[in-house]
Design a protein around this ligand. Sequence first.
Ligand SMILES: NC(=O)C1=CN([C@@H]2O[C@H](COP(=O)(O)OP(=O)(O)OC[C@H]3O[C@@H](n4cnc5c(N)ncnc54)[C@H](OP(=O)(O)O)[C@@H]3O)[C@@H](O)[C@H]2O)C=CC1
Ligand SMILES: O=C(O)[C@@H]1CCC=N1
Length: 273
Amino acid sequence: MSNKTIAFIGTGNMSYAIIGGMIQSGFAPQSIIATNRNEEKLAKVAADFKVKTTTDNIAALQDADVIVLSVKPQMMAQLCETLQTADIDLSTKLFVSVAAGITVARLQEMLGQPVKMVRCMPNTPSLLGLGVSGLFAQGLTSDEHTFIEQVFSSTGIATWVETESQINDIIAVTGSSPAYFFLFMEAIEEKARALGFSAEQARALVQQTALGAAQMAVSQPEISISQLRANVTSKGGTTHAAVEHLKSCNLHTTVADAMDSCITRAQQMEQEL
Ligand SMILES: NC(=O)C1=CN([C@@H]2O[C@H](COP(=O)(O)OP(=O)(O)OC[C@H]3O[C@@H](n4cnc5c(N)ncnc54)[C@H](OP(=O)(O)O)[C@@H]3O)[C@@H](O)[C@H]2O)C=CC1
Ligand SMILES: O=C(O)[C@@H]1CCC=N1
């Protein structure tokens, strides 16, 4: 594993998940720095993963080779202004932004100089090593390219995209989509409770079924997802009735429209932030 030090600035849900995936796959805790403005959040990261923690972003910037900017997009300008005013040569650092809706050009503007920047769009299953990260960068050395790929493939699948605008597509397909699946699970859980199952039963039933369905797809790549669905659907049977109802409610179009909304929002944020 590379001997680079990586700092996560603004360690919340997303960075916690990435750090968890990295540790699980063998990154040395001493090579990872996590920052947050809240000591309590850092105490959890330190206890769970034994990484270095600090509330001092500038100290982390000083000590790290690779800086992951992972505050909410609306807080990015303020954070970058602080980093820019530190007496540190930013041109020696490799930056990674996991923020949705902020372009490389805008991040460089926020940091006051054309720093080397990777756009990354991860997702929270990274915590379990089951994440997907879309990556976009230009002008990396092969050493930097390898390091970034090591980091994000340690948390699941890492895939490079050729154009920056594809990061917005990745948001719709994988960054935000764990929430779509959770929403579907919530709906089934809610109905199971309405049918009389206890909260505990409803949760166990829905999560096991979601896990089983995903695992069926993963373990049988030779079978298409639509065939897996067909295999559950007996002609004239119960699943057919449910699936036809979902289709009559335009599920496919609704999902496609939702993904378009995601992309449009990312594009709007690029104009706003
Ligand atoms: N959550 C997700 O599924 C995904 C998120 N992302 C991106 O990741 C980024 C972070 O999202 P997420 O982890 O969900 O957000 P969180 O709010 O959970 O994490 C950000 C953390 O940074 C802290 N923070 C804010 N400003 C500073 C600062 N100046 N110095 C130190 N810490 C600071 C926040 O503190 P406080 O709580 O006090 O505000 C918060 O704890 C976003 O840009 C988002 O677009 C990308 C893909 C998926
Ligand atoms: O909702 C968001 O904006 C972030 C980006 C992808 C997932 N969460």
